[in-house]
Design a protein around this ligand. Sequence first.
Ligand SMILES: *Cc1c(COP(=O)(O)O)cnc(C)c1O
Length: 324
Amino acid sequence: MNNTPALLPTYDDVVAAAKRLQGVAHRTPVLSSRTMDEQLGARLFFKCENLQRIGAFKFRGAYNALAQFTPEQRKGGALAFSSGNHAQAIAQAAQLLDMPALIVMPEDAPASKMAATRGYGAQVVTYNRFTEDREAIAQRLATERGMTLIPPYNHRDVIAGQGTAVKELLEEVPDLDYLFVCLGGGGLLSGSLLAANALAPNCQVIGVEPEAGNDVQQSLRAGHIVKIDTPRTIADGAQTQAPGDLTFAIIQQAVNEVLTVNDEQLVESMRFYAERMKIVVEPTGALSLAAAIHGGQSLKGKRVGIVISGGNVDLSRFASLLAD
Ligand SMILES: *Cc1c(COP(=O)(O)O)cnc(C)c1O
């Protein structure tokens, strides 16, 4: 591979992350559904990270990163800018590791998300999305307070931590033919690729992003990172404008395919999860199943892994999405 960025994580890093997470992260269940097996003529195995701590896989990467802080870094604490699951993951991991956490959030972020983040003991600093630059604010605060900024996906320890979910899945269900993984900035997918290449080299790994925000698909076609405008999609965990250099390097080298699905297909999958499997899945978490249904792969007779990435959605929003 040309221009390999320094510090790309490897499967050894995923194994080390799994040790750090043992007894801290939930070993989430792997569910099945006869209804969906019959519909697709396949056997599906759903890795339920919607049942992970904080309701999404992001706890894995956040904890793996913070657990490796030096004593000096621990004293300063962790800083993140996010209004979503990464914020709650950093807050929860910092609380467990007994260090301060500061989260920079837009002032119009949902009150429930701010409350949840504060509930884990983090300090929340708000900014105006339209007039202020969150990265500049975060950098200034990090310097002023001696805090360490942890990005949501483009970070070696974050990627390695996210890979532990698929490591668990493949240890439980070793002979998968296909694996569908939700894709935003690519932390989950690149970690999953490290695990799948080591444990199931013949498994076809497919990343799935929203049709309106296919920055990774475009980047793969171009052969370099392509940045798009913030996409309009209900999949708020995948509204990224571009993959990172680390995540893109791994994806480019190892992914079999990246597919897209539209919002209607996400709602269809969310409804299926709620009605048939009795689980709440957020729009972004439904990307993987939507692509297994609509992606055009022939899954007949195949064993298929589906990573459900998260379940954090306001119930009123959930109800209105499903009511349409
Ligand atoms: C962050 C997130 C994603 C996307 O993960 P990346 O590592 O950015 O690709 C998918 N689903 C949920 C629920 C998330 O919180």
